[in-house]
Design a protein around this ligand. Structure first.
Ligand code: AMP
Ligand code: AMP
Length: 362
């Protein structure tokens, strides 16, 4: 299979003659993407999976709702033809990656995409992502594949462990062996592949998910918002008294169920801005044309006020969903009402107006 060429997608975009419809999968951050597109004057399409379309209908989220049997059917030739006839451009998000997959996005989804298609692979590949962040001067947790190297408290992550389910903590090789056997049995019972574990130094601290928007038109990184995840069962465990926790031997899990807004101590902002700038700078080298549009740096902040990043998302994250009506930072730059979804649409609008589509789409 060959990777979709940027020029080909720009030709498709050209054939739309400026009449663009903003389309996205009905999931993840679709509500704000669609709302924002509408606010910037675009027609909108929600591409839903049968059985998951109700929220998009009920909230009248899009001008048109297209229902597929499976999200992955978005890759079928006739559906791609339909999208092109409707002059659609796709806004990618976490569910597009989770359900359609990077290969499909890079090789088969022949519809113009907002942002850099090829950079999505970097977030899905732990070692590529690590190179990127380290080169940007961002600290990361120590990491190993060899359980015999476990020194202190470590977080064990399996590639198959979607959304933090099946993560576990281990402080020694023996504990790793015992717990991974348990996880293996559970995952096999669900028909999931376990794959090779990544063992990460556990960073004590609090988590901050930093969302940014890089505007290729302005050549500037805008800091957008901060959230933390609300995760089951880890965020509920602290409600159980310590003695009962110990007796019940409950294993923590990190399954995302929602997001909670955060505002940072103001003195943290210089470092936050610097990290965003560095990420964009390095991205231009590793995956030209580099980061375009929204991205998120997922960090722990320790008691020395240092940011330690354990992941990056090279597209909008659902952690911007609490800011449907703007964030405490977007209001400073854009005034009220600027969601990340709307910011994406604003960039599309400006690119069209200035004839600079080539700088935003791939
Ligand atoms: P879903 O459509 O809810 O099954 O989610 C698809 C992908 O996006 C999964 O990998 C989720 O872990 C991720 N995801 C969905 N919602 C959120 C959220 N609110 N915060 C963080 N990640 C999310
Ligand atoms: P992830 O699925 O990698 O986004 O992480 C799921 C949860 O584990 C989040 O609550 C993170 O804050 C937490 N987490 C991930 N990596 C680490 C780490 N190295 N140290 C401490 N917490 C972590």
């Amino acid at each position: 299979m060959t990777v979709i060429k940027r020029e080909d997608m720009l030709d498709v975009l050209d054939s739309y003659q400026g009449e663009i419809t903003v389309a996205t999968l009905g999931s993840h951050s679709a509500l704000q993407i669609l709302k924002g597109a509408r606010e910037e004057g675009f027609r909108t399409i929600a591409i839903c999976e049968a059985g998951r379309e109700e929220p998009y209908r009920r909230f009248r989220a899009a001008d048109e709702i297209l229902v597929l049997n499976k999200f992955r059917d978005i890759l079928k030739d006739d559906f791609i033809e339909t999208l092109r006839k409707k002059k659609a451009v796709i806004v990618p998000h976490g569910s597009l990656i989770a359900y359609v997959g990077i290969d499909g996005i890079e090789e088969l989804l022949r519809v113009p995409m907002v942002g850099n298609r090829s950079i999505l692979r970097w977030e899905a590949d732990r070692s590529a992502e690590r190179r990127w962040l380290l080169e940007a001067g961002i600290r990361m947790p120590g990491e190993t594949k060899d359980p015999r190297e476990i020194k202190g408290l470590s977080l064990v992550k399996f590639p198959g462990a979607k959304g933090g389910r099946g993560y576990f903590l281990a402080s020694s090789y023996e504990e790793f062996v015992e717990k991974s056997e348990k996880v293996r049995r559970k995952m096999e019972a669900r028909g999931e592949e376990m794959g090779e574990a990544t063992i990460q130094e556990y960073i004590p601290g609090v988590n901050m998910y930093l969302s940014y928007f890089y505007s290729p038109l302005k050549g500037e990184v805008e800091f957008f918002s901060i959230d933390r995840r609300y995760e089951s069962n880890i965020d509920g465990l602290t409600r159980i008294p310590a003695a009962d926790q110990t007796r019940a031997l409950i294993e923590p899990s990190y399954v995302v169920v929602g997001n909670i807004p955060i505002v940072a101590r103001e003195s943290l902002l210089p470092r936050i801005l610097e990290m965003g700038d560095n990420i964009v700078k390095v991205s231009k080298k590793i995956a030209p044309p580099g980061m375009l549009g929204p991205f998120c740096l997922e960090t722990m902040v320790d008691h020395n006020l240092e940011f330690i990043a354990f992941e990056i998302s090279a597209r909008i994250v659902a952690g911007t969903n609490p800011y449907m009506d703007g964030s405490p930072y977007s209001v400073l730059l854009h005034g009220p009402g600027m969601s990340m979804g709307r910011r994406i649409a604003r960039e599309i609008r400006n690119a069209l107006d200035q004839g600079r589509e080539g700088e935003l789409f791939t």
